[in-house]
Design a protein around this ligand. Structure first.
Ligand SMILES: Cc1ncc(COP(=O)(O)O)c(C=O)c1O
Length: 406
């Protein structure tokens, strides 16, 4: 006999969900519909090198396999295993940003490190300065915390450098931190020493923490990019990175953060440790690959950087050749942020969805990264093979010609 229930109304979702968006994955629902109708979809929406044939270095897989066979399948310390923390601390220190092992945390990717750091330092109603465009996890986590993001612009006319003067004017009594994503997703930029110093000066003048997202730090085409912390090892900086990009293991969900030696951050270290306790630990066997990654053979990165440089040039050359599209050439990572001169009244989302439906090419609209929808930006992930990219950009060219002249 069926049970009768007292309530039939849908369970209401929390108000914060309406403020929470993550366009990079949200847009996949429409791509699935397009695919179901028989169109081949080219997924240029997510920065996963594995999806495009790049391979996790075998010595890292061996380290994880060994850890599992050796029985490291239980919970680990919430802050991370000692070997991994020591390797992370040594890595930051060798990049000029001294971090001691007791201020290194192993996390479920950079993503969880961002979540923990923001939760540890930003109260409800606190503000954080976030770049525009931004990697959208920052604004999503701030929405979840009930805190506010204030955007500072990065300017494509200046290689996507942050507008430092504007940023200075955005600081209020509620501001707690500045997010600096360098090298940058979604723009492919990396900042000059002068810009980095200016960001550190503003943070210092107002007592702000610099949240340095350096997950693409090894993927500068001319070689690894120094940590911003190397410019001032005593500044209040927390730096993030992970195995996801430069070590080609995004599915392992293994990352880390290093909290700088500034005594101003001592309470934050304790707060992060307290939060980390409640989620027990990050995936344990994968932590055994951290030391293998950071102290072992990195030759795969040389080949990866060269592959990315070739794709970056191909991307900006191909897109700049399309009437109505302009694109700053990336200098690091695997993203570009071209702009389409949209007809007045059209949004970036309309263009991106029309492109998807007509060609199967899936990019993410710029407003998903905080850009004004009328400005016509979109993010392209250029990890596909050069031949595939040539085909894809031809599809974009044919579609855009018709779209702009309809
Ligand atoms: C700037 C930036 N930060 C953080 C992340 C999250 O990376 P992880 O896989 O380490 O959580 C990404 C992933 O694309 C990213 O681009």
């Amino acid at each position: 006999m069926a049970t009768t229930h007292t309530h039939e109304a849908a369970v209401p979702v929390a108000g914060r969900i309406h403020r929470f968006t993550y366009a990079i994955r949200n847009i996949v629902a429409e791509a699935k519909r397009v695919e179901a109708q028989g169109t081949r979809v080219r997924y240029l929406n997510i920065g996963d090198p594995i999806a495009f044939g790049f391979q996790t270095p075998p010595h890292l897989i061996a380290a994880v396999e060994r850890a599992m066979r050796d029985g490291h399948n239980g919970y680990g310390p919430s802050v991370g295993i000692v070997e991994a923390r020591e390797a992370v601390a040594a890595e930051f220190t060798s990049r000029g940003f001294p971090v001691s092992p007791d201020r290194a945390f192993i996390t479920a990717g950079t993503s969880e490190a961002i979540d923990l750091a923001l939760a540890a330092i930003v109260d409800d109603d606190g503000e954080v300065l976030v770049p525009m465009p931004t990697y959208p996890l920052y604004t999503a986590v701030l929405a979840k915390l009930g805190a506010r993001a204030r955007y500072y612009h990065c300017d494509p006319a200046r290689g996507w450098a942050p507008d430092v003067a504007e940023l200075r004017g955005l600081v209020t009594a509620d501001t707690r931190a500045i997010v600096v994503i360098d090298p940058n997703n979604p723009t492919g930029a990396s900042y000059s020493t002068e810009t980095r110093r200016a960001l550190l000066d503003i943070a210092d003048a107002h007592g702000l923490v610099v949240l340095a997202d350096e997950v693409y730090g090894d993927l500068g085409y001319d070689g690894p990019v120094p940590s911003i912390g190397s410019l001032d090892p005593d500044a209040a900086i927390i730096s993030f990175s992970s195995m996801s990009k430069a070590y080609l293991a995004p599915g392992w969900r293994t990352g880390w953060m290093g909290v700088g030696r500034s005594p101003r951050l001592n309470d934050v270290v304790a707060a992060i440790a307290k939060l980390a306790d409640a989620r027990l630990c990050s995936t344990l066997p994968m932590q055994y690959a951290c030391a293998a990654a950071l102290t072992g053979d990195r030759s795969h990165q040389v080949a990866f950087r060269e592959a990315l440089r070739e794709r970056a040039t191909l991307t900006s050359d191909s897109l700049n050749a399309i009437p109505g599209i302009s694109c700053v050439t990336p200098i690091a990572g695997f993203y570009a942020m071209p702009q389409v001169a949209l007809p007045p009244g059209t949004t970036d989302e309309e263009y991106v969805l029309a492109l998807l439906r007509a060609t199967g090419v899936l990019c993410v609209y710029g407003s998903g990264f905080g850009m004004p929808a009328a400005d016509g930006f979109m993010r392209v992930v250029f990890l596909a093979s050069p031949d595939d990219l040539r085909e894809i950009y031809q599809l974009v060219a044919d579609f855009t010609r018709d779209y702009l002249h309809a």
